[in-house]
Design a protein around this ligand. Structure first.
Ligand SMILES: [Zn+2]
Length: 529
């Protein structure tokens, strides 16, 4: 007897091989059999005629660290067929923290109303489990988080004692089940670190068999140097590297993905396991403060607000934004404020408007408007900005070492996670690749699925997920290759994709007939020692 059989679907098994026909039998959360299975041998039967069954998608680059505590249903992820989220990216993780940092974390986002019960990674993972999330979670440790705990938002190298503190926290978090170290080298405090500081921590990570995942030190003018830095860290520390949301940002950089991918190819030829991920959109998303030079954010928000209140400092910031600072280029370059759209803020007053439009309506200079918005909204202003060329998107997507990642939280079109206008990639990334890009012939369906399943699983060392094989965890998606489409737009981003019929997480039918079935069958996955 099986708990579930998916009958008659075309199996796209995650390897990249052409599809084949088989029924998929599930028992005790595991894929138990493949082949011709009698329908009456299952407690539940799902007809897959005309549909494709593939492994559940693994989102290698998610920011859902605390979203699943606000809403464990992980709607925006599971409705696309995502069954596993890798969290703790871009240098920021919810653990480990200290009692003192607990309040900082609470002030920052939706966690104000939530009890933050944890300090260590182990405690955080238990807290995650208690929420009974609908998807599996794979935690990374953020370098920015480690640095904040050890020395706050200080723009200087760590003292030996502070270095030791970072290494000790990292070591403990890895021992408690984290899968690697992430960095966010355009965001304070991560951007205050030099390469040797990162190599030292990457060595600690390597000792546990973890990976180094990086939002590199710039994706516009400094792109190539930043890719080289990520590769250097991998080579010196001896660990696999994942370069996040690979792109070439700003009109003046369009086409540079040829060179940046060339660097990846050369590093791989030399024996470094470096791979990348990508979201399939021409706009990026981040916080508005990420446009400012790093020195403005020393001392965290307090330091930032004090500087933004001083007219002379504002002039200096504007000069740096226009001219750059050695080693740093503003995201503003090659984009312009007319292409920066506010997506969220505590007041939600400006959602969907460009910075230039807001400035015009306030009869203000664009730059002054940015500083006022950051002050008025307490540095909690989300933006999307149009910056990536369609040709670069395609070139990057077709590269064999590139997988798909949403770079998003796990949101929902209702409740507290429905506020603002997040980047449409939150609801659309995986469906957009399988819909638009597969249908336009950029990737075969099988190749696209492999970039969402076996490739991230292989990268993480998640050896029992990402393929449809007997003995593997029963994380499965049943979708229509004709009907699958992203529907989320920049104007209306809280929209589920079409064409996803059923999603199975650890053997439990979690999306049924295109609707969330309410199951909380996800597991917190700890890296095996
Ligand atoms: Zn990032």
């Amino acid at each position: 007897m099986f708990d579930l059989i998916i009958q008659g679907a075309r199996v796209v098994d995650g390897t990249g091989n052409p599809w084949y026909y088989a029924d998929v039998g599930v028992r005790d959360g595991i894929i138990a059999a493949l082949g011709r299975l009698p329908g009456d041998a299952a407690a539940a039967l799902v007809y897959g005629n005309g549909l494709v069954v593939s492994p559940g998608f693994i989102d290698i680059h998610s920011h859902a660290d605390t979203d699943v505590m606000v809403n464990p249903r992980a709607e925006s992820a599971i409705r696309q067929g995502v069954t596993t989220l890798v969290t703790g990216n871009c240098g920021f993780s919810a653990a480990p923290i200290t009692a003192e940092k607990r309040e900082e974390l609470k002030a920052g986002d939706l966690l104000r109303d939530l009890e933050i019960s944890w300090l260590t990674m182990a405690e955080y993972l238990v807290a995650l489990e208690r929420c009974r999330p609908s998807v599996n979670l794979v935690p990374l440790v953020g370098h920015g988080t480690l640095r904040n705990v050890a020395m706050g938002y200080e723009q200087r190298p760590p003292t030996p004692a502070e270095s030791q503190k970072m290494a000790a926290h990292l070591s403990q978090a890895m021992a408690e089940g984290a899968w690697g170290l992430s960095s966010g080298l355009i965001y304070p405090p991560g951007c205050y670190a030099d390469t040797p500081e990162l190599v030292e921590l990457a060595r600690v990570t390597a000792g546990y068999g973890g990976i180094y995942a990086s939002h590199i030190r710039g994706e516009n003018d400094t792109l190539l140097d930043a890719v080289v830095e990520a590769i250097t860290i991998g080579e010196q520390a001896g660990l696999p590297v994942q370069i996040a949301h690979f792109k070439a940002m700003g009109r003046h950089m369009w086409g540079k993905s040829r060179e940046s991918l060339g660097l990846v190819d050369r590093a791989r030829a030399g024996g470094l396991e470096v791979t990348c991920d990508q979201y399939p959109y021409e706009a990026s998303a981040t916080g508005l403060a990420a446009f400012l030079p790093p020195w403005t954010q020393q001392g965290g928000n307090e330091g930032l607000f004090e500087r933004l209140r001083r007219p002379d400092t504002r002039l200096q910031i504007t000069a740096d934004l226009l001219n750059g600072v050695p080693g740093w280029v503003s995201l503003h370059k090659g984009v312009g404020w007319a292409n920066v759209v506010i997506t969220s803020s505590p007041s939600n007053r400006f959602d969907g408007q460009t910075v230039s439009a807001i400035a015009a309506s306030r009869q203000q200079d664009d730059f002054e408007c940015v500083y006022d918005l950051l002050l008025e909204e307490g540095n909690r202003v989300g933006v999307v900005y149009f910056t990536i060329s369609p040709e670069d998107i395609i070139r990057i997507m077709q590269h064999p070492a590139v997988m798909i990642g949403s770079d998003s939280g796990a949101l929902a079109p209702y409740g507290p996670l429905s506020r603002g206008k997040p980047h449409p990639r939150t609801y659309g990334t995986f469906a957009r690749v399988l819909g638009k890009y597969v249908r336009e012939g950029v990737l075969s369906l099988e190749r696209a699925v492999s970039k969402m399943t076996s490739l991230p699983a292989q990268k993480l060392g998640l050896h029992d997920r990402g393929l449809i094989r007997p003995g593997f965890a029963a994380d499965l998606v049943l979708f229509s290759p004709e009907a699958i489409n992203d529907t989320a737009t920049y104007a209306e981003p809280h929209a589920y994709p079409t064409g996803v019929q059923a999603v199975v997480v650890n053997g439990v039918l979690s999306v049924e007939d295109g609707e969330h079935a309410g199951a909380g069958a996800g597991r917190v996955l700890r890296r095996p020692a």
